[in-house]
Design a protein around this ligand. Structure first.
Ligand code: PHE
Length: 453
């Protein structure tokens, strides 16, 4: 079998570069914006526990599976699935899995870009001192006025999409590695600083117990699905982002070790964000369940009232934008890589087409926060519907299929060789996890949601 497939898009310079890129993809708005707000909406501790368990038993093995499939095929997810299916003599229709991933990435990016746009706007609000000395009420008013204006949101959404597409047009290695190298330690330090502030609010313990004391009476079937879906979202799994990065991974790198590192970094950032935010929520009598605006209504209070808050605020939102950018790139790369491979399109042209489609779709999310806020289908706005469809349905279903493929369909010798685990026992554990545990988990949650369980 051909073990020397080459990627047409370039290769990471080292193992460390892949870790940086995969961490850049994983750590993003999902950790700092989404994790706290969905935790708040779903009652705290029990939700966090389900999320952590999902990360452990589904997230880690699937992260390994996706990197492995990508590295073996060295192509975009659609091309990869085609090739691997052929190798395994399996049914052709597996490549639709690649399609679903490409689509999921574009759908997610359409609203991701809108929220990243908010973060960009908040860099300037922080810079011009809008938070200085402000109280919770002022900060909420600021946020409501801001999201109430469709034109303002379109402006920031456009800016973020343009930067993303420009970066993707440059190709895979340029800049990305360097950005993440500074970004990760920087984010970490700032989050620690915010945790320090949270300790002074007088509600630190209340915040911690909200996050870590499970109250199972608060958890519903839907909450379990959201927690599991978030494990996929936050780790960039189920749609081919990690697969496409795996395609650029040099041969001699340990997939298990890199996957563990990426998952650990991602989880630590999310938990730190939660630890920083909830004490501020409780100390200011805010609602933990106030939705997507949660970080924009809480963190500015910290920046407005702590020493060095001006500087920390500007820096924090700058870092958040960068974290969003390194994730956005991986959301769109599967689509772009596929256009280049199969339509032999120029990278720049591919970027323009995908970027434009995503931008148009993003308008729907922009309007969900103002002129369409009352337009609801299944009791959800356009933004909520897209989020639900992608994070809670498409990613888990995609992950489910990827697990079936890696665990059952693929030639097992190939999988074992590609993973190259130090000990055969580790391979057995991985196989059990992708073959049974990940499936059973995803399947049970779906049964629960449709009311069978
Ligand atoms: N993992 C990213 C985040 O947490 C979002 C993302 C999802 C990126 C799926 C790529 C693929 O922000």
């Amino acid at each position: 079998m051909d073990m020397d497939k080459k990627t047409v898009h370039g290769e990471w310079s080292s193992r460390f570069a892949f870790i940086l890129a995969a961490t850049g993809s994983a750590v993003g708005l999902g950790n700092i914006w989404k994790f706290p707000y969905i935790t708040g909406e779903n009652g705290g501790g029990a939700f966090v526990l389900v999320y952590l368990i999902s990360v452990l038993v589904i997230g880690i093995p699937l992260m390994m599976a996706e990197s492995m499939l990508g590295r073996r095929a060295r192509q975009s997810p659609i091309g990869a699935m085609r090739l691997l299916t052929k190798e395994a003599n399996a049914d052709e229709s597996w490549h639709y899995l690649g399609w679903m991933g490409v689509l999921a990435g574009m759908l997610i990016l359409s609203y991701y870009s809108v929220i990243a746009g908010w973060s960009m706007a908040y860099v300037f609000k922080a810079f011009f001192g809008s938070f200085s000395g402000a109280e919770a009420r002022d900060i909420k008013e600021l946020f409501d006025n801001f999201t109430g204006s469709p034109l303002t949101l379109i402006f920031w959404h456009t800016l973020f999409m343009s930067i993303t597409m420009w970066l993707v047009a440059q190709g895979i290695q340029n800049g990305l590695e360097k950005a993440v190298r500074v970004l990760m330690p920087g984010l970490f330090v700032l989050l620690m600083l915010l945790v320090g502030y949270a300790m002074t609010t007088g509600a630190y313990e209340q915040g911690l117990s909200f996050l870590f004391k499970p109250d199972f009476s608060k958890i519903t079937g839907d909450a379990i699905l959201i927690a599991m879906g978030h494990a996929f979202f936050t780790l960039s799994l189920g749609m081919g982002a990690i697969m496409v990065y795996g395609a650029y991974l040099p041969k001699n790198v340990s997939i298990a070790r890199t996957s563990l590192l990426v998952v650990a970094a991602d989880t630590v950032v999310a938990l730190l964000a939660g630890i920083a935010i909830f004490p501020i929520v409780f100390a200011n009598h805010l609602e933990p369940s106030s939705g997507p605006g949660l970080i924009f209504q809480t963190l500015p209070i910290a920046f407005g009232n702590m020493t060095g808050g001006w500087f920390a605020g500007v820096l924090f939102f700058v870092m958040l934008v960068f974290a969003a950018l390194t994730s956005a790139i991986s959301l769109i790369e599967p689509a772009v890589a596929w256009l280049i491979e199969s339509r032999t399109m120029d990278r720049k042209v591919a970027c323009i087409w995908t970027g434009l489609s995503v931008w148009v779709l993003g308008l729907g999310s922009v309007f969900s926060f103002n002129i369409w806020s009352n337009v609801k289908v299944f009791d959800k706005t356009f933004f909520q519907l897209l989020d639900y469809l992608t994070a809670n349905l498409m990613l888990p279903i995609g992950g489910f299929c990827i697990a079936i493929f890696a665990g059952w369909v693929m030639v097992q010798k190939d999988a074992e060789a590609e993973l190259a685990l130090a000990n055969p026992l580790y391979y057995q554990i991985w196989l059990i996890l992708v073959r049974y545990v990940a499936h059973a988990g995803i399947f049970l949650v779906f049964l629960h949601v449709v009311g069978v369980l």
